[in-house]
Design a protein around this ligand. Sequence first.
Ligand code: 5GP
Length: 180
Amino acid sequence: MAWTEGESVEVLFRAEEIQARVRRLGQRITLDYQGKALVLLGILKGSFVFLADLMRAIALPLTVDFMAISSYGASTRSSGVVRILKDLDHSIEGKHVLVVEDIVDTGLTLNYIYGHVRARGAASVRICCCLDKPSRRQVAVPVHYKGFEIPDEFVVGYGLDVDERYRNLPDLCRLVRNPA
Ligand code: 5GP
């Protein structure tokens, strides 16, 4: 499928497969957080589709908050510079925070967020990501729940973008840049 000249996408994981995986993650999280004050912390913008599905797969009372962090801009590689564009709206002191991220690449973003959330007095912090690219890791981050592991490929769809495009694709796709 070609949306933009010089680019095409190839399906990696279809919507049905993603939904099955998200349901399993939700069941595990439901078991692990029984009786705890759970906050899902979505990292904008990429995680919002995954978060919307995941929260409905968790059969527990919970609240949702968001943070936005500067990341790639128009490029497809991490700059390593992390800056808060939007902070938490509510206190997380004493709460059990599950950080929900679209994809863990170098780990720089989550490493920063993990420290930030711990410093705000959360009772516990865990990470749940839809995709993990372990071969790209520069800093170790503890990923407790993950959807899929992938090799070093640039992925779009299911909330993930390139220059804000492709977020609405229901499948997770590999971005292919075709030579002119
Ligand atoms: P990290 O700090 O782990 O290098 O980067 C995490 C962020 O980089 C993700 O939240 C995402 O916004 C972006 N990112 C990393 N890999 C990809 C990718 O394959 N596709 C897209 N669309 N974004 C990515």
